[in-house]
Design a protein around this ligand. Structure first.
Ligand SMILES: NC(=O)c1ccc[n+]([C@@H]2O[C@H](COP(=O)([O-])OP(=O)(O)OC[C@H]3O[C@@H](n4cnc5c(N)ncnc54)[C@H](OP(=O)(O)O)[C@@H]3O)[C@@H](O)[C@H]2O)c1
Length: 243
């Protein structure tokens, strides 16, 4: 029997991340449940296992170098390699975020998690991803980071409220996604960004209109791209999201 495909989903204890883990688990994959809180992580692992998923807990705070290094070590011991990394963990930093009133500390905190956290975890996992036959990196972005959609007429703007920390953090993440795709072009590693749509989760006080399962679909699609699939793209369920 061949080894199962192994994935790591960051921020997988709840919301969209949990459903990404469930969806990848339903494919028969072994899924690392990345989460910073011990109790929330173990509860999610138990729930996934009860649903038949081959889940294992991965203590991971994406803002912490030592935590990312330890997570890579754990996955190396568990699986010896990593096939798919889904960088899902994210925060808004709290609303409102009006540019003229924002506390610069909010910007720093959001970028540390949503952007630097992705770079930190990706680079910690890179040696394990390079051992995979078909490595995939999926970054959970948001269409609120689309400059095209933000700069449209008011009627075209489907990008949420003015939010000077959260929205630009996703623009930054999109640019980072492209930089990785450019460096890794010519390798078998595909790096893409996805937007889940407006999903009812803790992130927005459950005001979203889609279910977490619906929000997870784009990440699952990008995690399961064929070897000749795209890299350096930004997709939502309906198709390409303009940068
Ligand atoms: N919901 C939407 O409408 C929407 C739209 C577009 C994009 N997104 C993106 O989708 C992703 C998932 O969001 P969600 O809606 O599912 O939000 P959520 O329910 O609030 O879940 C966020 C997850 O990220 C984790 N997290 C936050 N900071 C972390 C850190 N430093 N280290 C490790 N984990 C951390 C949280 O863990 P704790 O439980 O420990 O806090 C939680 O598991 C985010 O990147 C978000 O920006 C969401």
């Amino acid at each position: 029997m061949s080894e199962p495909t192994t994935a790591l989903v960051t921020g997988a204890n709840k919301g969209i991340g949990y459903e990404i883990a469930a969806g990848l688990g339903a494919l028969g994959w072994s899924v690392g449940v990345g989460a910073r809180d011990d109790q929330r992580r173990e509860a999610a692992v138990e729930k996934l296992r009860a649903a038949g998923v081959d889940a294992f807990g991965v203590p991971l705070d994406v803002t912490d170098d030592a935590s990312a290094t330890a997570a890579a070590r754990l996955i190396e011991e568990q699986a010896g390699r990593l096939d798919v990394l889904v960088n899902n963990a994210g925060i808004t930093g709290g609303m409102p975020q009006e540019p003229t009133r924002v506390d610069p500390a909010t910007i720093r905190t959001v970028v540390e998690t949503n952007v630097i956290g992705v770079i930190r975890v990706t680079n910690a996992m890179m040696p394990l991803l390079r051992r995979s036959a078909s490595p995939r990196i999926v970054n959970m972005s948001s269409s609120v980071g689309s400059l095209t959609r933000q700069s449209g007429t008011a009627g075209e703007q489907t990008t949420g409220p003015v939010a000077v920390a959260y929205a630009p953090s996703k623009t930054f993440l999109n640019a980072v996604t492209l930089q990785y795709a450019r460096e890794l072009s010519g390798t078998n590693i595909l790096v893409n960004a996805g937007c889940p749509g407006f999903v009812a989760t803790d992130l927005n006080g459950f005001r979203g209109v889609r279910t977490p399962e619906q929000g997870a679909a784009i990440a699952i699609r990008l995690a399961t791209l064929p070897d000749d699939g795209p890299t350096g793209t930004f997709f939502e369920d309906a198709g390409v999201v303009p940068w």
